[in-house]
Design a protein around this ligand. Structure first.
Ligand SMILES: [Zn+2]
Length: 148
């Protein structure tokens, strides 16, 4: 499983490449936004589970994890011109590729939001019977740093 620290290391590598390639700050920061901070969408599931009294729904949504966003980012990069110099797309591809290859999924299309939506965002797609089986969701919110 790709932990946040691994995504940070990969994003730092991509940011370094962007810095070498462009010599500008914004293209170097872009991979952090889409390659590291994107995991903040786990907080959506955490909030739903913890604020809902830890009631299991057997769902993991991960709203920002989806290959469908790739063409959206391609379009966004075109609109932005060379401002990010492909850094948004590069960071996202790095993140999702790493998740796709290293995380335990039960179907190769698990990282398509539309596929998960069709299956009710079943936690079984990520090999979890329900939310309580996910370590970081069951612990205290103050212990999240331990998952880094
Ligand atoms: Zn991720």
């Amino acid at each position: 499983m790709a932990r946040p620290a691994v995504h940070l290391i990969v994003s730092t590598g991509l940011a370094t490449l962007q810095w070498i390639r462009t010599g500008r700050l914004l293209p170097a920061l872009a991979p952090f936004l889409t390659g590291f901070l994107i995991d903040a969408d786990h907080l959506v599931d955490l909030a739903r589970y913890q604020l809902g009294g830890r009631r299991t729904e057997r769902r993991i949504v991960l709203p920002l994890h989806g290959w469908e966003y790739v063409p959206v980012l391609v379009l966004l990069e075109r609109i932005l011109g060379m401002r990010c110099a492909g850094g948004l797309l590069l960071g996202y591809l790095g993140h999702l590729s790493l998740d796709q290859v290293t995380n335990t999924i039960t179907h190769p299309l698990a990282y398509f939001v539309s596929f998960r939506w069709q299956r009710g965002f079943a936690s079984s797609l990520f090999n979890h019977p329900d939310e309580s089986a996910v370590d970081w969701m069951s612990g205290s919110i103050f212990d999240l740093w331990k998952q880094f």
